[in-house]
Design a protein around this ligand. Structure first.
Ligand code: BMA
Length: 988
């Protein structure tokens, strides 16, 4: 629990380093009360006021239940005081430093010990506060009384809006049902509400508290830069691991004497480790009481493996233990502190090279290899910060990150309106190979530049970067979310004072930039997302002419009015760091929010309140109507359930379409006619991975972790090798074979067979198949096939008197088989017409035909997350589209979902030979099957019978696909899954 471990050299010696936790799990009770003490209840530390009030049943339900966000808002307007008594058992008094350390206080507070107000002031939840208690702390078992008085965060922000210069926007849009002036307080910006989340402006001691006394200096943080050199020993390249041990001395300019050590455990090194040591002093700390000890280790490449992102190689981590021992010649007993970090050897570059007349690439290279960043955006997984901590948020964090890894995500952007996450989060990202693009916590706002605010931000950046820098997963830092584009495009009415806002903008983000680079000289820092990148900042200054330029840096792209299923809606860019579509979470998840029977309906107050994006429901309805049949009634539980399903189909299809545009864009360089080149797209991070509560949002994972349909689609469109078909705006069918595998492997060219299969909506059996032999190139895309769509449909046997009806009669599936057996890619499909216009699209009977007994999952990649699995058969007698299986009440997921179900070549329903006689006989058997109607004449000719008079054997009518269900928990009852699965498809 403590941030560092302690070794007391002269144990039981007084006058030495001591620390003790003051959390509630250490045997002493905290209480919390409001001002007049009408509420006085036990409290948890670390924790938060909403959780305390729920535990004490002052708030009757989970905060997300029904209208909790509205009913419980009073909590945010109160001032809350946390108190406890404690004793210090032995005489701890030391000559020098006695501090009370709060690792996180949310947010504006006064801390009072034994009646004395401690300093410095506390007003930033992202800071660790070390408060001097020397002369105030009582020893020898005497009672100490500790009080933390939080001011209402909402009122504090409001008060600052009166006393500080105005900084827009004043409030979040009314549709968020939020609070005002979040930008004036250093607190999770989305805690005052967002377009996907509720306002729960919390108060509390949300991280650990400890009491620490020492005489000379402690080791606070360790940063490490791994650097690949051009030096060789025995022909093997040398890496440097440059450690900086950040010491906190007892006082500014205090003299420090001692020894810093680093032990890096590498199994193949002689003795299993490499060590380094640095003698210090006596040396004086700086004016902040800090002293850095640098220790550089030389590591031959021979004994290490590189760290790679997910999908590019292994994530090899090495443990380093850094320690600092003060020397007894300083006049005090030795004090020793140590810290463990896992490090990885990898290089990161952001390649911004010239493309065309004006334009730069924006591509990450890891270990020298270009990578396509595939990922999403991370928001706080809960509105209450205490729920996301390393202790309470472990299970949730692991579940969400595992779900990201399983679908091929190799990068997450920790979005700037949320939090700096727990150490646990970044440890997992390191282990899973999920690169982190880290925004600093500023979003969708202008920010103050009053001195106290800037001072606090400087400390925030320094502390957070020192805490996080060693993680190999963190590769990019950005100053904020969308503040540059907001300023350039006058989102918040900054136009009239543009130059003064630009000045303030530069002041804040230059400060952040300098502070970051001071701590992490090799860090990649972007002022904002989106931005034109680093190189262009030298040209355009802090605010680019067009931060959304498609020729530079990253873009955010949203277009809710255009057709999301049409690739022509999207534009090539260098890197899309945000794009997305709303959908609703499952009925099962929505039910946990407690809607009453008459709350169901998108126009009902209950669901209106949860939709914070103005016009969101209507936008989804319009999008659905373009391609699917919208239920006439959304104002009932049944209507909502259909609407939920359709919103998820629309989100999945739109995200698939847009992401495939970016993936094909990797290998496209297209002259836009102006001498500038579009394309060379090297990243797609969709908005957003996870949800904060049960509400409509852009997330692909629901609150609680359940996969929406779109998340199953992510697994396909982020697969390393894939086939990507599309129709150009001049009606050419093009099929790309795409690879995001780096060229590090044995093969750079794979021989493969592309099968293009054409089906009619009226028939689950193949109409025509064409197989093409092609090559697939690693880290590239090749156009393997193109044809005029109209001609292709006609010559394939699709029916239709005009192009539109041709497009609506047939659809395509695509398979890729590799000669090299180690490689595989998922199938893909292409709907050239809209399902609702499809000619002959019929109602298929889709059933769950068998659910097997659960067995232990053996796949090494999945067994930690899903210990058990079971087989599930899905049968259909016709084409079924967007087949959606749900296991209600059982946590887990299917191996595939939301899929297109057609018969395979081998299915009996399609058993045919070239002989017309056999076809005719088959049709007699398959009476009623649509395919047979066209063969009636042949049937009569060869059998002398009318096709309609024969019965069909049951087993010939349908075809079956087997899926796996992966359980999150060990199944208690094997019948539960069987009973819980429901199936929905387009026309069911
Ligand atoms: C982006 C994000 C968020 C927002 C999302 C959806 O611009 O940065 O601010 O939630 O759009 O509107």
């Amino acid at each position: 629990m403590l941030l560092f471990l302690r070794i007391i050299s002269a144990f039981l010696c007084v006058n030495a380093l001591q620390d003790v936790a003051l959390n509630s799990d250490n045997g002493v009770e905290w209480v919390v009360h409001n001002v007049n003490k009408s509420i006085l209840i036990p409290a948890k530390v670390p924790g938060g006021i909403y959780s305390d009030l729920v535990d004490a049943q002052i708030l009757k339900d989970d905060v997300y239940y029904k209208s909790g966000d509205e009913d419980y808002r009073w909590v945010a307007y109160e001032s809350w005081t946390y108190e406890r008594n404690f004793t210090v058992p032995v005489d701890w008094t030391v000559e020098n430093k006695e501090t009370l350390i709060f690792h996180g206080l949310d947010t504006v507070a006064e801390v009072i010990l034994n009646g004395v107000q401690l300093s410095p002031a506390v007003d930033n939840m992202f800071l660790r506060h070390s408060l001097n208690v020397k002369g105030i702390l009582k020893y020898d078992g005497l009672p100490n009384h500790l009080v933390v008085q939080f001011g209402s965060p909402v009122k504090t922000a409001l008060e600052r809006s009166h006393s500080w210069p105005r900084v827009v926007p004043d409030c979040v849009p009314a549709s968020y049902h939020g609070e005002c002036h979040a930008n004036l307080i250093r607190k999770t910006q989305s805690s005052f509400a967002w377009d996907w989340g509720p306002a729960f402006p919390s108060s509390g001691i949300w991280k650990d508290v400890e009491l620490l006394t020492y005489n000379v200096a402690i080791l606070r943080d360790v940063t490490v830069q791994t650097e690949k050199t051009d030096q060789y020993v025995n022909n093997r390249r040398i890496w440097l691991a440059k450690f900086v041990l950040h010491l906190e001395a007892v006082a500014p300019h205090a003299a420090v004497e001692g020894v810093g050590r680093v032990v890096l455990f590498i199994a193949d090194a002689p003795g299993g480790m490499i060590t380094g040591e640095m003698k210090v002093g006596p040396t004086n700390a700086n004016e902040d009481g800090e002293l850095d000890v640098e220790i550089t280790l030389r590591v031959s490449e021979e004994i290490i493996s590189l760290w790679w992102p997910n999908g590019m190689g292994q994530q090899t981590l090495y443990q380093a233990v850094a320690s600092f021992n003060t020397s007894s010649s300083s006049g005090f007993a030795e004090e020793s502190t140590l810290k463990k970090v896992n490090i990885g050897f990898r290089t990161v570059e952001l390649d911004e090279s010239q493309v065309g007349k004006n334009g730069l690439t924006f591509l990450l290279k890891i270990n020298g290899y270009a990578m396509f960043s595939k990922g999403s955006n991370w928001i706080p997984p809960h509105a209450l910060p205490e729920m996301t901590s390393a202790v309470n948020g472990r299970e949730m964090t692991k579940d969400l990150l595992s779900s990201a890894k399983e679908v091929g995500i190799n990068m997450l952007r920790v979005w700037g309106g949320g939090n700096y996450e727990s150490d646990y989060f970044y440890d997992l990202a390191d282990k899973m190979g999920i690169l982190i693009w880290h925004d600093m916590m500023f979003a969708c706002s202008m920010y103050p530049t009053v001195a106290s605010f800037l001072d606090s931000v400087k400390v925030e950046v320094k502390q957070q970067v020192r805490r996080l820098q060693h993680h190999p997963s963190i590769v990019i830092w950005a100053g904020n979310n969308e503040n540059e584009v907001a300023l350039r495009q006058n989102w918040y009415g900054t136009g009239a004072n543009f130059s003064s806002y630009v000045k303030d903008y530069a002041l804040l983000y230059n400060l952040i930039n300098t502070t970051l680079l001071n701590e992490a000289p090799d860090a990649i820092f972007l002022f904002s997302s989106p931005s034109n990148g680093i190189a262009m900042r030298d040209v355009t200054g802090p605010i680019a002419d067009d931060p959304q330029s498609r020729y530079y840096g990253d873009i955010h792209y949203y277009n809710y009015l255009a057709d999301g299923w049409n690739p022509g809606t999207y534009h090539l860019c260098r890197f899309a760091s945000e794009y997305g579509f709303q959908s609703l979470p499952s009925m099962e998840t929505l039910r946990t929010a407690g809607p009453a029977a008459d709350d169901w309906g998108v126009n009902k107050a209950f669901f209106q309140r949860r939709q914070h994006h103005t016009g969101g429901y209507q936008e989804m309805i319009i999008a659905i109507q373009r391609h699917l049949e919208m239920p006439s009634n959304t104002e009932s539980e049944e209507g909502m359930s259909r609407y939920v399903y359709l919103t998820q189909v629309n989100q999945a299809m739109s995200l698939k379409t847009e992401t495939e545009v970016y993936r094909r864009g990797m290998s496209i360089i297209k002259d836009d006619g102006d001498g500038q080149f579009l394309g060379a797209t090297m990243g797609a991070l969709y908005w957003q991975l996870n949800d904060i509560w049960q509400a409509p949002s852009w997330a692909t994972l629901e609150y609680g972790g359940k996969w929406k349909m779109a998340h199953y689609y992510v697994a396909n469109f982020f697969s390393n090798l894939m086939v990507s078909p599309w129709v150009t705006d001049y009606d050419e069918l093009q099929v790309y074979l795409l690879s995001t595998r780096p060229n590090v492997e044995e093969h750079v060219v794979l021989d493969c067979q592309l099968s293009i299969k054409i089906y009619q909506w009226s028939d689950p059996c193949l109409l025509k198949k064409q197989t093409i032999t092609s090559k697939l190139l690693f880290m590239y895309g090749v156009k393997a096939f193109s044809a005029d769509l109209e001609t292709y449909l006609k010559t394939s046997g699709c029916n239709g008197s005009n192009f539109d009806s041709l497009k609506n009669s047939c659809f395509f599936t695509f398979d890729l088989k590799f000669n090299q057996s180690a490689y595989e890619s998922p199938s893909n499909f292409l709907l050239v017409g809209s399902p609702k216009n499809a000619i002959g699209l019929q109602k298929a009977n889709v059933t769950i035909s068998g659910v097997g007994e659960p067995f232990k999952t053996v796949d090494p990649g999945l067994k930690d997350h899903y210990p058990f699995s079971a087989q599930v058969n899905v049968s259909s007698d016709g084409v079924a589209l967007f087949v959606w299986l749900e296991a209600q009440g059982v946590r887990g997921r299917f191996s595939d979902n939301g899929f297109l179900l057609v018969a395979g070549d081998e299915d009996e329903i399609c058993r045919r030979s070239n002989s017309v006689e056999e076809q005719a006989t088959m049709c007699v058997e398959l009476q009623g099957h649509p395919r047979c109607s066209v063969l009636h004449n042949s049937v009569r000719r060869f059998t002398g019978q009318r096709a309609g008079n024969h019965s069909v054997p049951a087993n010939m009518k349908s075809f079956t696909r087997t899926l796996t269900f992966y359980f999150r928990d060990k199944p208690e009852d094997s019948t539960l899954l069987r009973q819980s699965i429901t199936v929905t498809h387009l026309l069911s």
